[in-house]
Design a binder for this molecule. Structure first.
Ligand code: GLV
Ligand code: MG
Length: 303
């Protein structure tokens, strides 16, 4: 399956019921903004929020930002209405639907099938992409099947807040000063998700970070996720967008070093050798792959 790859360093959450927040979200430099019909909306506001979201998607100038909604989970009575109403009204102004609380591959199939019917019926010219949240222990158990459930799927997001509740944990981030935990309490979940995502060529996006007043801790969390292979992180406040964009962009030094490394390897290869050295470090085919990830990201971001 060939997947579409797009920048996803920052995914900014905005409650779809709060229309006064939309202009700021649209003007932000987030790679993706999603208008949230799920947990950021009070249950009594969820149906009305659909129209607000669709109108904002159509009317505002989103620039290069991917336009998304987070629908309600498919085990709720809101799910079908979220998809039908927003897609019918927003049409090509909606790029991505985020599906929360995915537990099994068939949850993704259900949304994919509904979208296929709608796109055909409405004569849409662009295919709507999907992202899924892994935030249930059952979803993590099944993540290998979930990532292969639809070729619309472009990213998997770790939802640490709900996941922590699902697992029965007593904290929802690793930065709770009252509960010191050696290492990353979510390391297993994070590792499982990024391996599943990469195994079929889609992106892994790290969890929301609740304390938006602590930019340094947010940056640390971005850096740790980036070290594992995550390409972006949720932002729950516009102030987190720039931090994520910077953290998940390769630096000019990294890009220059990756290009030098590729050149050194090619030179060795032309001379009939499979390995060489650069700045006292071994360069072999594995390092070439690593450098390739950096240069492809740089190209994707126009750096
Ligand atoms: C996101 O939805 C989360 O639960 O962390
Ligand atoms: Mg959640």
């Amino acid at each position: 399956m060939t997947r579409t790859v797009r920048p996803r360093r920052s995914e900014l959450a905005t409650p779809a019921s709060n229309e006064w927040m939309f202009a700021k979200a649209a003007a932000s430099d987030a790679d993706l903004v999603f208008l949230d019909l799920e947990d950021a909306c009070a249950p009594s506001e969820r149906k009305e929020a659909r129209g607000k979201a669709a109108q904002a998607l159509c009317d505002l100038d989103w620039g290069r930002t991917l336009r998304a909604i987070r629908m309600n989970g498919i085990d709720t009575h809101w799910a079908y209405g979220d998809v039908v109403e927003v897609v019918t009204q927003a049409r090509e102004a909606l790029d991505v639907i985020i599906v929360p609380k995915v537990r099994r591959a068939r949850d993704v199939w259900w949304v994919d099938t509904l979208l296929t019917q709608l796109e055909t019926d409405l004569g849409l010219t662009e295919r709507i992409a999907l992202e899924v949240l892994i935030e249930e222990t059952e979803g993590l158990e099944n993540v290998g099947d979930i990532v292969r459930a639809s070729d619309r799927l472009e990213a998997v997001i770790f939802g640490a807040g709900d996941f922590s509740a699902s697992q029965g944990a007593r904290v929802d981030t690793n930065f709770d000063p009252l509960v010191p935990y050696p290492g990353d309490i979510w390391h297993y979940a994070r590792a499982r998700i990024v391996v599943a995502a990469r195994s079929c060529g889609i992106d892994a996006i790290d969890a929301p970070f609740p304390n938006y007043r602590d930019p340094e801790a947010y940056r640390t969390s971005c850096d740790r996720a980036g070290a594992m292979g995550y390409v972006g992180k949720w932002a729950i406040h516009p102030s987190q967008v720039e931090i994520a964009n910077t953290a998940f962009s390769p630096t000019p030094e990294e890009i220059a070093h990756a290009r030098e490394l590729v050149a050194a390897y090619r030179e060795a290869e032309a001379a009939g050798r499979g390995a060489t050295a650069l700045d006292g470090m071994l360069v072999d085919a594995a390092h070439l792959r690593h450098a390739d990830t950096i240069t492809r990201t740089a190209d994707l971001l126009g750096l």
